[in-house]
Design a protein around this ligand. Structure first.
Ligand SMILES: CC(C)(COP(=O)(O)OP(=O)(O)OC[C@H]1O[C@@H](n2cnc3c(N)ncnc32)[C@H](O)[C@@H]1OP(=O)(O)O)[C@@H](O)C(=O)NCCC(=O)NCCS
Length: 180
């Protein structure tokens, strides 16, 4: 998975040293409240270990799950992801829809600085440079902060849908820009 660099951020792969950060972030209700069909906070550090192992094991030329870090200090800020978007359906785990989703989870200490938008722009550029024709984002209808990020990086609001994650979501999308 390629590292990505922006003006203020470095997006890199996860490793075992990130477990405490991941546990701290996902054990907070303000982070989890709009994530998943039935939001719940992480309560067991073993879940964070398993999560980091899963993130670190992802090997794909374009998809990725990155640790968003401060480019200067290396301080951890959050998670950015680019991965297959699951379709709604009875299967568990849900089957891929054929579309790719972009996502962002920031630690509350890092909110309010535009880091999510900055990281997401880099992930989007990477997605299109890697040949993806279209990227989607799904947000809980109440997740205004996330919807602002989607719009800010140039995505279009495509309406409300039940097509993904067995949940009602606001859907955002963007197509690869035409070559100049
Ligand atoms: C979504 C998230 C990454 C945004 O992080 P961020 O960019 O640092 O967020 P900001 O605080 O800068 O807010 C982004 C914008 O949304 C606005 N906003 C934030 N909360 C809002 C709310 N409750 N209602 C309306 N607007 C809101 C902010 O005012 C800001 O716009 P501005 O820069 O013009 O003032 C962060 O809130 C987060 O990690 N949430 C938990 C995880 C999550 O829900 N991820 C998305 C899953 S789809």
């Amino acid at each position: 998975m390629a590292d990505l660099t922006t003006e203020r951020l470095s997006l890199r792969s996860f490793g075992p040293d990130d477990v405490d950060f991941v546990f701290d972030m996902y054990s907070r209700w303000e982070v989890q409240r709009f994530i998943g069909l039935v939001p719940r906070v992480m309560t067991d550090r073993a879940e964070a270990v398993e999560r980091v192992e899963r993130y670190a094991a992802l090997e794909h030329p374009v998809h990725g799950i990155w640790a968003i870090t401060d480019r200067v200090t290396g301080g951890r800020l959050g998670v950015a992801l680019l991965k297959p978007l699951p379709a709604s359906g009875p299967e568990s785990p849900l089957l891929p829809s054929g579309d790719v989703e972009i996502g962002w989870h920031l630690h509350p200490d890092a909110w309010g600085h535009g880091y999510a938008s900055e990281a997401a722009r880099a992930v989007l550029d990477h997605a299109f440079a890697g040949g993806l024709p279209r990227v989607l984002a799904v947000t809980n209808p109440g997740n205004r902060a996330s919807q602002v990020v989607a719009l800010r990086i140039g995505m279009t609001h495509l309406g409300t849908t039940d097509a993904y994650y067995n949940a009602t979501c606001e859907l955002f999308g963007i197509d690869r820009p035409a070559a100049p």
